[in-house]
Design a protein around this ligand. Sequence first.
Ligand code: AMP
Length: 421
Amino acid sequence: MIQLIRGFKDILPGEVELWQHIEKTAAGLFEQFGFQEIRLPIMEHTELFARSIGQDTDIVEKEMYTFPDRKGALVTLRPEATASVVRSYIQHKMYATDPVQKLYTIGPMFRRERPQKGRYRQFYQINAEVFGIDSPLIDAQLIFMLSALFTRLSILDTSVHINSLGCPACRPDFKKALSLFLADVKEKLCPDCIRRHGQNPLRVLDCKVPSCRESIVGAPSLGDFLCDHCRRHFATVTRSLEGLDVPFVIDGKLVRGLDYYSRTTFEVRTEALGAQNAVAGGGRYDGLVKALGGPDIPGIGFAIGFDRLTEVTGLKGKDFVKKPDVFVAALGEKSMALALEWVCALGLEGLVVEMGAGEKSLKSQMKRADRLGARHVLIVGEKELAEKTAILRNMATKVQSALPMDHIVKNVIENINSAHP
Ligand code: AMP
C-alpha cells in the first residue's frame, strides 16, 4: 500500500474541525485589528528565499524542497510565508495607494527537517504582516494581538520572549564583539558553529547543541550595543507591552533562524510542547522590502505554528463536529424519494441534514441517527404515506409529533424552533 511521505500528514475529519475553528478565530481577530487576507502560491523562484531568509541559514542550506522545473529553472516549495508576502506587496505595488498594509495568510509550508513530535516536513502557519509602520507601537500591538489569540484559543501557559537585534547602524559592532568572543571558545563549538563563526556569528546564538549553548553563556549581549534609536524603539515596545498587560521576558540571545530580522524580534514558547517549544515567532524586517527590489518601507510580522497550536490548545478534544438537526429516516421507494426532497429542501433552509444510507430497516436508520448525534429524526414509512404525515421525533426528549406532509419543511422548522426557542 502506498503511504504518505515521511514528515507529511493527513488532517482527518474529526480533527479538521479544530483546525477550522482555529482558522476562523484567528481570521476573525486579525480582521478586527484591520488585517485583510492574502492567498499566495506555495511555490516560488528559489532566489526569493535565498535572498530573503539568508544563504547561510539552516532553512536555505539544508531544508528547502528545491528542484528544477521542466525547463530547468530552480523553484522551491515555500519554507515560510513572509518572503512571498513581501514579493507580492512589491509586485502588485500595494504601497502605491497606501504604504500601510496589514495582511494575514494561512497555509502550508515545507521544510526538510528531521521529523519528530511537533516538527513536520509539511506544516501550517498563520502569518500576519504589517508594512509601512515604523512606530514601535505597532510592534506592541502585534504582540498583543498574538497573545489575545492564544487566550481566545485557551492556550494558557505561554511566555513571550523578546529581544532587539539592532539595525545596520549598530549590529556590526555587536557582530565584531561576538566574533572576538567566539574566537576564544572556538574549540568547544560544533562544526556548524565553527563555520557560522566565519560567515554569520549571530547564528551561533541560535544553535541548539548543548556544548555550544554552554560556550556562549558569557557572550556579549545585543542590548549593550544598541544605538540610541534602537534603544528608544525597544524601550517603547516593552513599556507598551507592560501598559497592555502582556507579560514578556527579555532574552538577549534570541536571534531566530532567519536573516531578515532587525530590531524587535520575539518568540512565543510553551512548556507543553517539550523540545519543539516555539509556537510562534516574528519580528521587524525593515530592510527586506528594499532588499527584494521594492521601496524602502519597513515591515513587521509573525508566524504561528498552526500544527503546534492544535496540540496545545485547551480546546483539543472538544467536539466541533456538526450534528444533524434533522435526520430523515424513510422506508420504501416512495418514502425515500420524499426523504431526498425534504433533506435537500431543509439543507437549503440552513439546517444540518442527513438521511438513511440505504439501511433495510427503520431501526438501523434510527441507530445511525443516534450515533451521529442527530437532534431530530423525521420518519416516513407506508403508514405515514397513507396518512399524509411524517413523524418528527425529538431525540433528547423522545417526544414525537405527527406533522402534515403539506408544507413539511415549514412545519419541521416551526416544530424545531418551538422546542428550542
Ligand atoms: P519560523 O518560520 O521558523 O520562525 O517558525 C514559526 C513557527 O512555525 C514556529 O514557532 C513553529 O511553531 C512553527 N514551525 C516551524 N517549523 C516547523 C516544523 N517543521 N513543523 C511544525 N511547526 C513548525
